[in-house]
Ligand binder design. Structure first.
Ligand code: FMN
Length: 176
C-alpha cells in the first residue's frame, strides 16, 4: 500500500544505492551528542574512537550502550569485562572528534589526559565521563552493540558538541 506523508513516498532502506543513502540521511536527522570511547590495550597502548551511537539503556542497574563497526581495529578491545570510558565531548572539542575519527596512531599526542580506573585514559575538557566495564556484546548487522555497566561518573557540566545531518555543531548555532 502506498503511503505519502507531506508529499514524501516511503522507501525500503536496502533496495538500491539511492535507498541506502536515504536511510543514512534519515538516521542523520536524529541529532546526537559526540563521545570518544577510550580504553587501554593488554599491552598498555591507549586507544580511542569517536562514537555518536552512544545512548542510555538502564538506570538500575546503570547501563549504557553504543555500537562498534565489525571492521573496526578496536573491535576486539571492547570485549566483555574490558574497562572503557565514555568521554562526552564539549562544544570546544570539535578537533578531538575529528582526530579520534581518523586513522592514525598519534591520537593521544599533545592532548591532556588523566588516568581513570584500570589506567584507561580520560580526555581533559569533557562534559561528562562515565567509567564502564563491558557487560555484554550483541551482534547487530554490520555493528556489534556494546553494553557498558557504569561504575563511576563525573558530571562536569558544559555545553556539549552535537552531531546532526553529518556535521559537528554547537547548541544555539544558527545553521539549517
Ligand atoms: C561523528 C562520528 C560518529 C561516529 N560514530 C561511530 C560509532 O558509533 N561506531 C563506530 O564504530 N564508529 C563510529 N565512527 C567512526 C570511528 O570514529 C572511526 O571509524 C575510527 O575512529 C577510525 O579510526 P582508525 O582508523 O584508527 O581505526 C564515528 C565517526 C564520526 C566522525
Amino acid at each position: 500500500m502506498t503511503l505519502i506523508i507531506e508529499g514524501i513516498a516511503g522507501i525500503e532502506p536496502a533496495a538500491t544505492d539511492q535507498a541506502r543513502r536515504a536511510f543514512r540521511d534519515a538516521l542523520g536527522h536524529f541529532a546526537t551528542g559526540v563521545t570518544v570511547m577510550t580504553t587501554v590495550s593488554d599491552s598498555k597502548i591507549d586507544l580511542g574512537l569517536t562514537v555518536s551511537s552512544f545512548n542510555s539503556l538502564s538506570l538500575d542497574p546503570p547501563l549504557i550502550l553504543w555500537s562498534i563497526a565489525n571492521g573496526s581495529i578496536y573491535y576486539d578491545h571492547f570485549r566483555v569485562k574490558a574497562p572503557f570510558i565514555v568521554n562526552v565531548l564539549s562544544e570546544a572539542q570539535e578537533s578531538l572528534a575529528v582526530k579520534f575519527s581518523r586513522p592514525g596512531s598519534d591520537k593521544f599526542e599533545n592532548i591532556g589526559i588523566q588516568r581513570g580506573l584500570d589506567g584507561v585514559p580520560l580526555l581533559e575538557g569533557c562534559v561528562v565521563y562515565l567509567e564502564c566495564l563491558t557487560e555484554a556484546r550483541y551482534p547487530g548487522g554490520d555493528h556489534d552493540i556494546v553494553v557498558g555497566r557504569v561504575r563511576r561518573i563525573f558530571n562536569v557540566g558544559k555545553a556539549p558538541l552535537l552531531f546532526h545531518g553529518g556535521s559537528l555543531r554547537s547548541l544555539g548555532e544558527n545553521r539549517s
